[in-house]
Ligand binder design. Structure first.
Ligand SMILES: Nc1nc2c(ncn2[C@@H]2O[C@H](COP(=O)(O)OP(=O)(O)OP(=O)(O)O)[C@@H](O)[C@H]2O)c(=O)[nH]1
Ligand SMILES: [Mg+2]
Length: 255
């Protein structure tokens, strides 16, 4: 197993150094995919790359969205010979104290996609919480299961070969719609899912969000509509898989 960190980044240069400082003690390579930030930000990133030999910057010329940045990151990491990536947001919202737990679960389950299951404190904006509940319910519906407890959390351990199969086989979204769609498609393709509970914070003094409530919610809604139609097409296969998963449990109860 050869693991790196991937950080999708867009105009979070004030918060990114803190995230990098939190990851460096794990002594793993850190790939920052900058998604077409301004030239001033690029200079700050380039300096971070020059001063930390563990950090490399993949520069996208134009802004394409978080999903576009992650797809570039997964491809680049696989090209560099990594088998797994632990994905962390650049805005400092993820609790890096949980990195060892993620790495442990990834190590014990090398085939699995390891999803962060976020818990929030009262700092979370209500609008984001409600939107999240709709996302969760839709994903449970399209997967006919509760295997993905939260599809939006960007703190996740990614097995890269399985990830490349998903992004090469389907036209996944390029923006904030990517993380949830990718999680559903990983499950649909049969990648095992593991979960790690983790705290996510919205520091009111430092939180810089690029989530656009209108534009990104429209994107999410249209992505969930596409997934619903795709789910209906694969309904027979999903029902068979559900029955197969239930059968051993029922046999175990009988014997
Ligand atoms: N929004 C956005 N984020 C990008 C883009 N490219 C990369 N990112 C990164 O994607 C991650 C998530 O972005 P955030 O703006 O925090 O979005 P979010 O976490 O869904 O929204 P909040 O819950 O409000 O923080 C961060 O690491 C960004 O730097 C882009 O084009 N747009
Ligand atoms: Mg964020």
């Amino acid at each position: 197993m050869n693991t790196c960190f991937i950080i999708p980044h867009f105009e979070h240069a004030g918060l990114l150094p803190g995230v990098i400082a939190g990851l460096l003690p794990h002594d793993l390579p850190i790939i920052v995919v900058d998604d077409g930030s301004s030239s001033a930000t690029r200079e700050r990133l380039a300096k971070l790359g020059r001063t930390n030999e563990r950090v490399s910057i993949v520069q996208r010329d134009e802004n394409g969205g978080k999903g576009a940045a992650l797809k570039s990151g997964y491809r680049e990491a696989a090209l560099r010979g990594f088998t797994h990536a632990l994905q962390v947001d650049a805005d400092g919202q993820h609790d890096l104290g949980d990195v060892p737990r993620f790495l442990e679960v990834m190590d014990e389950n090398p085939d699995a996609f390891v999803l962060g299951v976020p818990s929030f404190d009262e700092s979370v904006p209500k609008s984001r919480l409600y939107g999240r509940q709709i996302s969760v319910a839709t994903v449970w519906f399209v997967t006919l299961s509760k295997t993905i407890p939260d599809p939006l959390c960007g703190f996740r351990g990614v097995p890269l070969a399985a990830a490349l199969r998903v992004i090469n086989a389907s036209n996944t979204g390029d923006r904030m719609d990517f993380d949830p769609e990718f999680a559903v498609r990983m499950l649909w393709q049969g990648t095992p899912i593991e979960r790690v509970p983790t705290r996510v914070t919205y520091d009111p003094d430092n939180h810089v969000s690029h989530f656009n409530l209108v534009q990104d919610n429209v994107l999410l809604t249209s992505m969930y509509t596409r997934l619903t139609f795709a789910m209906l097409r694969r309904l027979p296969a999903l029902l068979v898989r559900r029955a197969q998963a239930a059968a051993p449990a029922a046999e175990g109860r009988q014997s």
